[in-house]
Design a protein around this ligand. Sequence first.
Ligand code: GDD
Ligand code: MN
Length: 354
Amino acid sequence: MHLSIVVPTYNEAPNIAELVRRVTTETAGIDAEIVFVDDSTDDTPDVIAAVAAEATIPVRLIHRARRTGGLGGAVLEGIAAAAADACLVMDGDLQHPPEEIPALYARFLQGDVDVVIASRYAGDGTSAGLAGRTRVMVSKASTALTRAMFPIRLKDVSDPMTGFFLIDRRALDAETLRPRGFKILLEILARKNLRVAEVPFEFADRHAGDSKASVRQGLHFLTQLTALRFGKMSLFAVIGGLGALANVALVWALTHLGVNYLIAAIVASEVTIIGNFLLQERFVFHDMKGAASGVWSRFAKSFTFNNAELLIRIPIVALMVNTGHISAVIATAITLVVAFIVRFVFHSLVVYAP
Ligand code: GDD
Ligand code: MN
């Protein structure tokens, strides 16, 4: 099998026959199958079974007992069950025209990317099929927000929220993904650095039935965005906090052993800087290491930054206390918070830059 076409469906009965017919036409000459992953409450599974019996390409049906992860969960189940590593994901309502399949597949066969994205916002793509001006505005605004939050990962992605893409399953770390509703591609792209290409397409009108998009899906999306962006930052903060505690404990232990205070402080700081680096490599930026520079180069950048930060922070605290008349505790707290944010940004954008 060369290509598996994964189609999530939720009450799409009137669209199935037409979808299978057009996909069959477009995949002539390709060894392809269709995998429906269905959560319907209507007769969609019966319709799929009937259409499958007549179809000239393999049509499989996974009917899920539980709607875990919604649309995104269904897509991942389909990808896991696919016969081919090349998995093309598309909606079941024909808003993603099957006529684009050859272009997506041809781009994929060039072999230099992990994902080919069908984009409404690249080249001569359009989002005409989005019903209503509000939906168009919401889509454009949330796309802009998302791209601003992931300036590096989504640098070359004009449409991270599309539901139409072709992915090489071998490039996925499925266990790191947390599908929550509609935006599965965003989940995939934000969690791991993948090589992407885009092909423009015209988002068509729904063939039949109604959209399942809802305010609830919008809330899912905001939760997802927060988890994707600030999940890393909170882990980074936890590790930083543990480092600070270890630092204090080490100074205490060393001075009790009779080591000079200054030496104890230097040793404790360096040990925690190295410990933090190892922890953040393992738990925070594990998914970004592959595309970044080598481990010694990452270590050198991180180590230099943390030592520079240490050296700069002390005189700044002194300056704040002496000229700004701020108490030493508050000055230390302020500089620690600022340093934490700068450190996080520096590690995300410099140390682990692709
Ligand atoms: N299995 C399963 N489970 N399928 C679902 C579920 C679910 O809970 N919810 C929706 N689907 C299926 C629908 O049956 C349809 O085939 C597809 O997912 C997309 O749902 P629509 O209701 O048609 O969504 P839309 O048109 O508003 O939005 C789609 O297109 C946008 C633009 O490409 C989605 O794919 C969006 O994520 C995408 O941004
Ligand atoms: Mn749709």
